[in-house]
Design a protein around this ligand. Sequence first.
Ligand SMILES: [Ca+2]
Length: 503
Amino acid sequence: MPSPNIVFIMSDDHAAHAISAYGSKVNETPHLDRLARDGVRMDATYCTNSICSPSRASILTGTYSHVNGVASIFTEIDYRIPTFAEVLRGAGYQTALFGKWHLGERPESAPRDFDAWRVFPGQGQYVDPLMLGPDGAETVPGYATDIVTDQSIEWIRQRDPDRPFLLLVHHKAPHRPWVPDEKHKHLYPVGSIPEPSTLFDDHSTRSQAVRGVRMSVADDLGSDELGENLPDNLRGPENREARMRWKYQRYLRDYLQCVQSIDDNVGRLLDNLEAEGLSENTVVVYTSDQGFFLGDHGWFDKRLMFDESLQMPMLIRWPSVIPAGSTCDAMVTNVDFAATFLEMAGLDASALPASQGRSFLPLLRGDEVPDWPDAMYYRYWEHDDPNHHAPAHYGVRTKEFKLIHYYGAGLGVPGSSERLFASEWELYDLRTDPEELVNVADDPSYADIRSALTERLAELQRHYADLPYDGPDTPRPHWSTADENALEASARYTQRLREQSDA
Ligand SMILES: [Ca+2]
């Protein structure tokens, strides 16, 4: 069989629980569901650092943030660590990238290893976006999700049909600010959207570090993001419950309308592959750079290790290899993607020597893999950032438990603050508490389990050559582009937020 084409569609902040194939209670995504019906639904794909740039760097290089140097949104890709796109291109693949990059735009960090590319600077814009390419910058009229799909379809049309291709389709949607396309503005009207069961989570047993995050839908989601001013009668602590509900409906309406454009455009791309006769030997992947809180626990945004943020949706279709309508509940991470794509292309993982991932292609075929890992390691580095104040933490997730250490230090990561928080732990029993509502870290009946998980966490840190936190003098990894640029950007951002809050 000739090497397959790989179409990797990645959206930004699209949680699995906003896809009907994953049992969404809030929306319908018929075209994404086609992928699940014709391929495999991955039920335990996890992000190793739940935030945009770091996830993208981990996917491209098959490495954790402390290896590739992209620990926060203020760091940039460091090409001393090779990418799977580079390896595939070297093996004869045609390569292209359209959409969000978010790993730097300077010559040192701009996309390379692509025969064609057009990307949004930074987070990008939804309407008439500016796009950068090898020949400079240009404003492209239209709606971002349509544009990225148009560019992808056009590139497929003009490719060399005698060689396999890798196409990265990176949507900006549904990242903030949620700006839907006109044609979806009638969907999911205010008042119609079911609320999550944990919308009013009181966080009573959680760490102080988690209680301090500024990601509350009721209290931290601003009118500028919702595009509508909060009525006066919803202000004040006595109106918090009504305010939560009011903001939740508007937040989800806008978010789900943005998702609907992705769904339409995935359908358009699948139809195009069909029309080109490419469906059979093209791997189509749909994922998002991380999950997102959709009012779960009263929050928006991501960063934390709770499942809504940790889980990445992942649907994969490859008709000649993957059984249609299958599901896979083995734990895989975004660090495993690169090795998997190389194996799909018939290449050895040693082609990417820095990779810390393992190919999960055998799992996709439906093979039993007895020694597949039953635990994953997570680390969030962007400590106490000026906007969300999410604490740095690392942890281990198994099928049954999740242990998290909030160690409370920035360790020089661009975008982190210098404030040190007290060391705190959380433990969740996912067997009895799948919604992660009751922290049992200090419950004596869990002492043995906590002890075993602590050892497991240490093992994983040794395995991935990461250092546990051991006080403010803990050695600091190298942060890519080191960077005057990233540090300056971080300082400018902090200053801007200060000015906004003073104003
Ligand atoms: Ca993201």
